[in-house]
Design a protein around this ligand. Structure first.
Ligand code: HEM
Length: 416
C-alpha cells in the first residue's frame, strides 16, 4: 500500500521517518523532480540539499576546491538555527578525523587510516568473521527461526571490530552494548556514542601501556603522530562508518539470495554467487544511502542547481545508483556505482568490508539449512534515519540442528 508523501514545513520532501522508510524510492523521485540536487528535510527542522544525479555526484565528490567536508562551516549549526540535539548530529557534527577534514590535514589522517587498515591480515579477518558468525549462529541454530538482523547481521561486525581493535575479552560485551545503542538512532544513541568513546579512551590507555597487533596500537603508534584525541576519533570513525553499512550489506545480499529467483537453486554455488549478489546489492540498495556531507565554501552552481555556501549537501548514493539517466545495461559487475562514494573520501576499507560481508553470508548459508524468509512483504521496512538503507528486521526459518554440530562453538573475541 502506498502512503501519501508528507512535505516538511518548508515544502520539501522528507528524507527520514516512517513514510521514507516504507517508500524511499518515491521520495527519491520527489527529489529528482527538483533537478540534479534538491532540498529535503533530513531530521525535524534540519534541511539539506541532496544530490540524486550520478553525474552531478561525481562532479561534487571530486571538486575539493569548492566543497569542504568540515561541518564547522555549517552556518545553521554555528548560529544555533539547527536544533543542537538533532539526531543527525551524531553523524554530522565535527570530529578531528578523516571524515571531516580536507586537504593536507585529510591526507595526513587518511594516510594513518589507510596504513592501519592495510595491516589487517585478510586471512585472519576471514577467520575472525567466521568465528564471530558461528558464535551467533550457535545461539539460534536449535530454534529453527531467527531475525537475521538482530541475531546476526547487526552483531557480526561489532564482534569483528572488537577483536580488530584489540579489545580484551571482558571489554567486548561492553563494546557491543555501546555499539548497539550507538546505531539505534533512538534516544539511547547519544549515551551509546559517549560510552563507546569512553571505551576507546580506555583501550588507547591500555594499548599505550601494552601494545599489540591491533588497530588501536597501530593507530596510536603511527608515524603521523596522532594525538590521543585524533586517534580516538579516527577509530570512532572507522567503527561508526563500518558497522551499519556492513550489517546492511550483509542483509541485502542475503535478501537477494533468499528472495530473488535469479539466485534460487544457486545457494550452494558458493563464493562467486555470493559475490555477484553483493555487487547487485551495492548497486540497488546502497547501504550508506545518503551521506558524504559537503559544504560549499562560497555560493556556487552544481549542474545548474544553485548551491548556497555553508549548507549541508549530501550525496544520495542510493538515488545516484538508480539514476534513470544511467545506461540501462551497465551490468552489476560494473563498479561505477557510488556505494563506496568517490573522490578523496571514498571508503578506504572496500576489500575488508567485502571480506566481512562475504564470509558472514557464506557461513550463515553453510550452517542454516533450507533457510527461507518468512515475511510475506517482499520489501523489508527500513530503519528510519536518513543516512543508512538497512532493514529493520529480516525474519527467517530454517531446519533446526543441534549446536554441537557447528565446527566451532567457542565465543568469539578478545585479546589480552
Ligand atoms: C559495506 C560496507 C561499507 C560501505 C557501503 C561503506 C561506504 C562508505 C562511504 C559511502 C563512505 C564515504 C563517506 C563520506 O565521504 O562521508 C565511506 C567512508 C569511510 N569508510 Fe566505509 N563503508 C563500508 C565499510 C567500512 C568499514 C568496514 C570500514 C572500517 C574498517 C570503513 C571505514 C570508512 C572510513 C574510515 C571512511 C572515511 C574516509 C574518509 O573520509 O577519507 N568503511 N565508506
Amino acid at each position: 500500500m502506498t502512503m501519501p508523501l508528507p512535505l516538511s514545513a518548508r515544502g520539501c520532501p522528507v528524507l527520514h521517518g516512517a513514510v521514507f522508510a516504507a517508500q524511499p524510492n518515491a521520495v527519491y523521485d520527489q527529489l529528482r523532480a527538483q533537478g540534479p540536487a534538491g532540498w529535503a528535510e533530513i531530521a525535524p527542522n534540519v534541511h539539506a540539499l541532496v544530490v540524486t544525479q550520478h553525474r552531478a555526484a561525481i562532479t561534487l565528490l571530486n571538486d575539493t576546491r569548492t566543497y569542504s567536508k568540515d561541518s564547522r562551516l555549517w552556518a545553521d549549526l554555528a548560529n544555533g538555527k539547527a536544533p543542537q540535539d538533532s539526531p543527525v548530529l551524531g553523524m554530522m557534527a565535527f570530529r578531528p578525523s578523516v571524515l571531516y577534514t580536507d586537504g593536507d590535514e585529510h591526507a595526513r589522517l587518511r594516510q594513518a587510516m589507510d596504513d592501519c587498515i592495510a595491516r589487517i591480515d585478510p586471512h585472519l579477518l576471514r577467520e575472525i568473521t567466521r568465528r564471530s558468525a558461528l558464535t551467533l549462529i550457535a545461539r539460534v541454530i536449535g530454534e529453527g527461526r531467527a531475525d537475521l538482523m538482530s541475531d546476526f547481521a547487526d552483531v557480526v561486525p561489532m564482534l569483528v571490530f572488537a577483536e580488530l581493535l584489540g579489545c580484551p575479552a571482558e571489554m567486548t560485551s561492553r563494546m557491543v552494548r555501546a555499539c548497539q545503542d550507538l546505531i539505534s538512532a533512538g534516544p539511547e544513541a547519544a549515551q551509546g556514542a559517549a560510552d563507546f568513546a569512553g571505551l576507546l579512551f580506555e583501550l588507547i590507555q591500555l594499548r599505550r601501556a601494552r601494545p599489540g597487533q591491533d588497530l588501536t596500537s597501530w593507530m596510536i603508534n603511527h608515524a603521523a603522530k596522532l594525538s590521543d584525541e585524533e586517534a580516538l576519533n579516527q577509530l570512532f570513525c572507522a567503527v561508526g562508518a563500518g558497522i551499519i553499512p556492513v550489517a546492511a550489506c550483509t542483509a541485502w545480499t542475503l535478501h537477494l539470495l533468499l528472495r530473488d529467483d535469479d539466485y534460487a537453486g544457486h545457494l550452494a554455488a558458493g563464493t562467486l554467487t555470493v559475490r555477484r549478489a553483493m555487487e547487485q546489492a551495492l548497486w540497488q540498495r546502497s547501504p550508506m544511502a545518503n551521506f558524504s556531507v559537503h559544504y560549499a565554501r562560497h555560493d556556487t552552481h552544481l549542474h545548474g542547481v544553485y548551491i548556497p555556501a555553508r549548507v549541508p549537501v549530501l550525496i544520495s548514493h542510493a538515488a545516484a545508483n538508480t539514476d534513470p539517466a544511467l545506461p540501462k545495461n551497465l551490468g552489476y559487475d560494473n563498479r561505477s556505482h557510488l556505494a563506496w562514494s568517490a573522490g578523496p573520501h571514498r571508503c578506504p576499507a572496500i576489500s575488508q568490508a567485502t571480506t566481512i560481508v562475504q564470509t558472514s553470508v557464506e557461513t550463515v548459508l553453510d550452517q542454516l539449512w533450507d533457510m527461507e524468509l518468512t515475511s510475506p512483504d517482499p520489501e523489508p521496512l527500513l530503519r528510519h534515519g536518513p543516512f543508512h538503507q538497512c532493514p529493520q528486521t529480516l525474519p527467517v526459518k530454517f531446519r533446526p540442528k543441534s549446536s554441537d554440530r557447528l565446527p566451532v562453538n567457542a565465543l568469539a573475541g578478545g585479546s589480552s
